[in-house]
Design a protein around this ligand. Structure first.
Ligand code: HEM
Length: 443
């Protein structure tokens, strides 16, 4: 598709392309492409994908020339399954939907959600028992799902429905990522146990969401939440359902994964945990879960550094809809391009000593001198995350509440690895919560 062809990634195998290298170590593979140029081609089977490595060209794809790109294949796949929602729609539907949804994510509305966040975080963190092991990533997944469900669909997703969404979402998200990487669609139709699990989970999830929408329509009450707003402004129930699913898909695992990584880094860096606790103490005044997200500047740096090193969304994909010139490469309509966030966020030219977790790199000159588009955990341009402020408030309150009360310890013998599925996650975080005594040490 490209006229001045970009270099092809090493270890290309006929027919298979780079699927083996990608399956073995996707993040390492994509990071190594950086050394080969600003645009590098790799193959999913026989399908070429062009990875964009320079911040300027990334800006062109996501912002200045965004009108010449549609969403990538992963979104087309999600759209087939869930219908057209904000996180999957292309223009002009996308702009119309964004206008309907935007008011629910305004700064003043977020302030209202913070109360729900506090309640849920208090319940989660307050429920831990000293020295009784927890699986942290599951705690965080449950937390963010309840927060999202309660803040945006305030009335009753109902306990049972929330549990059902929780059970179904994970196999669906992972199945979706796998399917978009498959060179041939036929694989999806083979009744393998994985495909059957995916189909069953999807059926359950759709049924639950349809029930909630029907209950809202029947009740006719404005709960002041996103679903009430959708039901009022959108007549088509399929579109309402698509939006609900989009928010659940986009807003829960992303935030939960980031929170899990943040806690992992706090375990590895007790000095950072102490500084967070000190800041939390001065802001919380003893009220667990009472953090004011706007006042926590150190927690802000901790979360920023977590998002740099452990960006949960590890790739953005787009498809050219017109001929586009990117640097000295010309892309034809249909060409697939990709931005890999770990490749960008771990570039030593942008972030010296990139694998080091260092929240203080985000203060002073170093942070302000960064080229535009070198740090894009929430994306950029017209599709930039609508839930960024929501996620930020939730993560700030959660990290402050955890550190104010607990010091976590990793279960001895467990090795944490990153696993690239739908999101870039830890392989598991078995933790032991220990109470903090008044002198700040774990007891
Ligand atoms: C740490 C947490 C989060 C991260 C890292 C994150 C990241 C992202 C990224 C990178 C995109 C852009 C995708 C693209 O350009 O193709 C995006 C879009 C989106 N996010 Fe988030 N997100 C987070 C939390 C949330 C939350 C809490 C919500 C909702 C409650 C949400 C809802 C959405 C939606 C609806 C879109 C599509 C926006 C559009 O295309 O107009 N996200 N997110």
């Amino acid at each position: 598709m490209a006229v001045a062809a970009p270099p092809v990634a090493p270890k290309h195998i006929p027919v298979l392309g780079h699927v083996l290298s990608l399956t073995r170590d996707p993040i390492g593979f994509l990071q190594n492409l950086r050394a080969h140029g600003d645009i590098v081609t790799f193959y999913l089977g026989t399908r070429p994908v062009h990875q964009i490595n320079s911040p300027e060209l990334i800006r062109q794809v996501l912002v200045t020339d965004a009108r010449h790109f549609s969403r990538g294949k992963i979104f087309a796949k999600a759209r087939q399954l869930f219908g057209d929602g904000l996180a999957t729609a292309d223009e002009p539907a996308h702009m119309r939907q964004r206008r309907v949804m935007q008011p629910a994510f305004h700064h003043d509305r977020i302030a209202g959600y913070v109360n729900v966040m506090r309640e849920q975080i208090d319940e989660t963190v307050g429920g831990w028992v000293p020295n009784k092991p927890i699986m942290l990533e599951q705690e965080m997944a449950g937390l963010t799902l309840r927060v999202t469900a309660k803040a945006l669909f305030q009335a009753d997703l109902g306990q049972a429905a929330v549990a059902e969404v929780y059970r179904s979402l994970d196999p669906i998200l992972n199945g979706l990522a796998k399917r978009s990487m498959m060179p041939v669609e036929l694989f999806e139709r083979i009744p393998t146990p994985g495909n059957r699990r995916f189909d069953a989970a999807l059926r359950r999830l759709l049924a639950v969401v349809d029930d909630v929408i029907a209950a809202y329509r029947a009740g006719g009450v404005d709960h002041g939440d996103l679903l009430s707003m959708l039901v009022t402004h959108v007549e088509d129930d399929d579109e309402v359902r698509a939006q609900v699913l989009n928010i659940l898909m986009a807003g829960t695992e992303t935030t939960a994964t980031t929170l899990s990584w943040a806690c992992h880094e706090l375990v590895r860096h007790p000095d950072v945990a102490d500084r967070v606790a000190a800041e939390a103490e001065s802001v919380l005044n003893g009220r667990i879960g009472g953090a004011d997200p706007d006042r926590m500047t150190y927690v802000d740096r901790v979360l920023t550094e977590t998002l740099r090193l452990h960006t949960p969304i590890w790739l953005l994909m787009r498809t050219a809809t017109a001929t586009v010139r990117l640097g000295d490469v010309t892309l034809r309509p249909g060409a697939e391009v990709m931005v890999s966030m770990p490749t960008l966020h771990r570039d030593p030219a942008l972030f010296p000593d990139p694998t080091r977790f260092d929240p203080d790199r985000w203060q002073g000159q170093g942070a302000t001198d960064l080229p535009r588009m070198s740090f894009i955990p929430f994306g950029a341009g017209g599709h930039k995350c609508i839930g960024e402020k929501f996620a930020w408030a939730e993560m700030t309150v959660a990290v402050a509440a955890v550190c104010a009360r607990w010091r976590l310890r990793l279960r001895p013998g467990h090795q944490v690895r990153e696993v690239a599925r739908a999101f870039l996650r830890p392989n598991g975080l078995p933790m032991i919560p220990c109470l903090v005594d008044t002198a700040g040490s774990a007891v």
